[in-house]
Design a protein around this ligand. Structure first.
Ligand code: SF4
Ligand code: SF4
Length: 250
């Protein structure tokens, strides 16, 4: 029996679903290995039951909580598909403001027709089994996790810093160049292969934080290299404002 697989989407740009569809050379193999029963960006639903749910997007409306809880109750395995689902991502920048302020700013006179709550990762609402954390997910990490699920292996989800992958790739540290970049690799969870530093850009923290990240040291480094404290704090929270660890970062 092939596992039934569904792709679902909440508050997001749906770029992570698109990354799956961009797996052009592997797509037929993927579709052949499982029964795809629903995939918002690709097909109409053909079954309301599924074993594995890939859930994209953060939760930012009360009504989304109900739908997510139903997905969880049906699926044996729930995977957070991308940074919006895994950490709240840039959606959570709105959490710096009140819901009333956000509604007024975005919808003006029509604000009363909309409901909104602070954006949160899906594991703030339901239990999550596995995470794909990048914004957007990389095709490689999707294939790695998808294969692990089919082989009943525990997926790779490192809890060490992007700096480790930078060293392995023999990248030049962003702080050792004269580009004026401020990299958050020391506190950011690896798994992307140090994608951005590999192209000479700073890591901006899209994959969330490692456990026991030393935020004070990170902020001090950014200040030492010339970034004002307030900007450094905002940079740290850009993708991660919804994470509990970010609360104490000031
Ligand atoms: S994680 Fe990034 S690419 Fe994926 S849905 Fe969210 S904003 Fe879009
Ligand atoms: S280097 Fe940082 S910002 Fe770039 S993909 Fe990896 S975690 Fe995200």
């Amino acid at each position: 029996m092939k596992p039934k697989v569904g792709f679902f989407s909440f508050t997001s740009c749906e770029g992570c679903q698109l990354q799956v569809l961009n797996l052009e050379e592997q797509l037929l193999d993927i579709a052949g290995a499982v029964d795809l029963v629903t995939f918002r960006e690709a097909m109409d639903p053909i079954d309301r039951d599924y074993d594995i749910a890939f859930v994209e997007g953060s939760i930012s409306r009360e009504s989304e909580k109900v739908v997510l809880e139903e997905i969880r109750s049906k699926a044996d395995v729930v995977v957070a598909l991308g940074a919006c689902a895994a950490s709240g991502c840039v959606n959570a920048i709105k959490n710096h403001f009140t819901s009333e302020e956000n509604l007024r700013e975005v919808y003006g006179e029509s604000a009363r027709y909309y409901d909104t709550i602070d954006a949160r990762p899906i594991d703030a609402v339901v239990a999550v089994d596995y995470y794909l954390r990048t914004c957007p997910i990389t095709r490689e990490e999707f294939l790695r996790l998808f294969t692990s699920l089919l082989l009943a292996r525990r997926p790779y989800d490192p809890n060490f810093a992007v700096c480790v992958e930078c060293r392995l790739a023999e990248n030049i540290c962003v702080y050792d160049t004269d580009e004026g970049e401020f990299c958050m690799g020391p506190v950011t969870r690896a798994g992307c292969g140090a994608l951005c530093p590999g192209f000479g850009s700073a890591c901006i923290g899209c994959r969330g934080f490692i456990e026991q990240a030393n935020f004070e040291s990170m902020l001090q480094v950014m200040e030492d290299y010339g970034m004002p404290r307030e900007d450094a704090v905002n940079r740290l929270k850009m993708f991660n404002a919804a994470l509990p660890e970010a609360e104490g970062v000031k």
